[in-house]
Design a protein around this ligand. Structure first.
Ligand code: UD1
Ligand code: CA
Length: 456
């Protein structure tokens, strides 16, 4: 059967007290609305329509990479009204529409698939997804008749004393037969505590029309919605635990599951060991057998086999196998570090390539440079890549030994098999197989201290 999904994402999220629309707040590094979209795609629903309104441009921008269509809800008159705004999208479609809220990122694909199957095989016109919560505050309650059939959903603010005690709640996720949903939408009103058009009223409306209503109960964790910063952090914690468990199942060691922050799309291979305080973000890939000691941040980078990183930041770069980084190194975007390289303490590398087996052990800046293999950078080397207006490129060949405290004023070339004397400021090409010395020659003035009467 044809399937599509509506993601409700037009609300402001007043309770978040934020300048951003709620659904683009991030959980484990990914916007909530994108979590929802990605789960739907994994549940084999290709056709995704996102209903936007408050902060529409920001939501569009955040979801731009997801290949979805949009419906605009100009004014936020409730979840039912949001669906009415997708009427053009739904018209002339026949099949199942799943409706989910953009603020509930913990749903999993098996559950969505299971609910769709239940809905379609049971020939229901509407299926609601419910869960039981210890604290149902804020959620719509599921009211059932004496036979246990769903009668209606009552929003928290509209509940009477008895209804408030109900712990079975509406997850905000539904499956509908598209034609039945369109029939029901026309009958919604806003006679309730919030003067909103509630999507939840559709259930009673369809029931009154004699349509078959189903309900599936799922694990409460999957249905948790985010309305406040506190709930955002609760959901983050659950997602973090799930992600970390998955990596442990796949063979990574995570020393402290509560203090390791791994983004939803990060990949980690087996026998990698991760110490506390690591923040791994974006599309980072950590290959087999790496050790990430405490407190590294790694964003959108590839860390190859057997790399050790300690207390360092690596952004949008690639680190070759068996290389060591840090402590306290900073590798900035578009850098590519070779195999068996040493990037030591207080080393910054920006937009540079470093060849295999090169050592940059301490206190060095390398920017906009191409560095060959088997080089050695003495302590305190600076690539002077910026003249105040333009960044220039430095090229260093293989087997160069660069003495301590050298400045390489770019653009400049240092060819293969060269030595640079410590303290040199290199402004001109260093030819192959030569030694460059670019500093004043030392002069010793014998007996000078005594002549000046300065001896103690
Ligand atoms: C909603 C449900 C409630 C359920 C809960 C589950 C309704 C009336 N209530 O309540 O039964 O238990 O979710 O989390 O449906 N939105 C729009 N346009 C609007 C209003 C909201 O697009 O005019 C979007 C929001 O961006 C959000 C989602 O709909 O992503 C849910 O809205 P929210 O205000 O959080 O609803 P709840 O009060 O949580
Ligand atoms: Ca909500």
């Amino acid at each position: 059967m044809y399937k599509c999904v509506l993601v409700l994402a037009a609300g402001k999220g007043k309770r978040m007290k934020s300048d951003l629309p709620k659904v683009i707040h991030k959980v484990c590094g990914k916007e909530m609305v994108n979590h929802v979209i990605d789960i739907m795609r994994k549940s084999d629903i290709e056709d995704v329509n996102v209903i936007i309104g408050k902060g529409a441009d920001l939501v569009k921008e955040a979801t731009a990479s997801r290949d979805v269509s949009y419906s605009l809800q100009g004014e936020q008159l409730g979840t039912g009204h949001a669906v009415i705004c997708a009427r053009d999208y739904l018209e002339n479609k026949d099949g199942t529409v799943v409706i989910v809220t953009g603020d509930a990122p913990l749903m999993v694909e098996e559950t969505i698939k299971k609910c769709i199957k239940f809905h379609e095989e049971g020939n229901y016109k509407a299926t609601l997804i419910t869960s039981k919560l210890d604290d149902p505050t804020g959620y719509g309650r599921i009211v059932r008749d004496t036979n246990g059939n769903v009668k209606k959903i009552v929003e928290h603010k509209d509940c009477d004393k008895d209804e408030l005690k109900i712990t079975e709640v509406n997850s905000g996720m539904f499956c509908f037969d598209i034609k039945s949903l369109l029939d029901g939408l026309g009958k919604l009103d806003n006679n309730n505590a919030q003067s909103e058009y509630y999507l939840t009223d559709i259930i009673q409306i369809l029931k009154d029309l004699g349509k078959k209503i189903g309900a599936v109960s799922v694990d409460f964790e999957e249905t948790l919605g985010v309305n406040s910063r506190e709930q955002l952090s609760q959901v983050e914690k659950i997602m973090r635990t799930r992600i970390n468990r998955k990596h442990m199942e796949n063979g990574a060691t995570i020393i402290d599951l509560n203090c390791t922050y791994i983004g939803a799309d990060v990949q980690i291979e087996r026998d990698t060991i991760i110490y506390p305080g690591n923040v791994l973000q974006g599309n980072t890939v950590i290959k087999e057998g790496c050790i990430l000691y405490a407190n590294c941040r790694i964003l959108d980078s590839i860390i190859n086999e057997g790399v050790t990183v300690e207390n360092s930041v690596i952004l949008e770069s690639c680190i070759g196998s068996n290389t060591t980084v840090g402590p306290f190194a900073y590798i900035r975007p578009e850098s590519s570090i070779g195999n068996n390289v040493r990037v030591g303490d207080f080393v910054e590398i920006k937009k540079s390539t470093i060849g295999n087996n090169t050592k940059v052990s301490h206190l060095t800046y390398i920017g906009d440079a191409q560095v060959g293999e088997n080089c050695n950078f003495g302590c305190g080397t600076v690539v002077v890549n910026y003249d105040g207006k333009t960044k220039h490129k430095t090229v260093i060949g293989n087997n160069s030994f660069i003495g301590c405290n050298t400045n390489l004023v770019s653009p400049v070339e240092v060819q293969d098999n060269t030595y640079i004397a410590a303290g040199s400021t290199i402004t001109e090409k260093v030819e192959k197989n030569s030694l460059a010395i670019a500093r004043a020659k030392q002069v010793n003035k014998e007996g000078w201290v005594i002549k000046k009467g300065l001896n103690k």
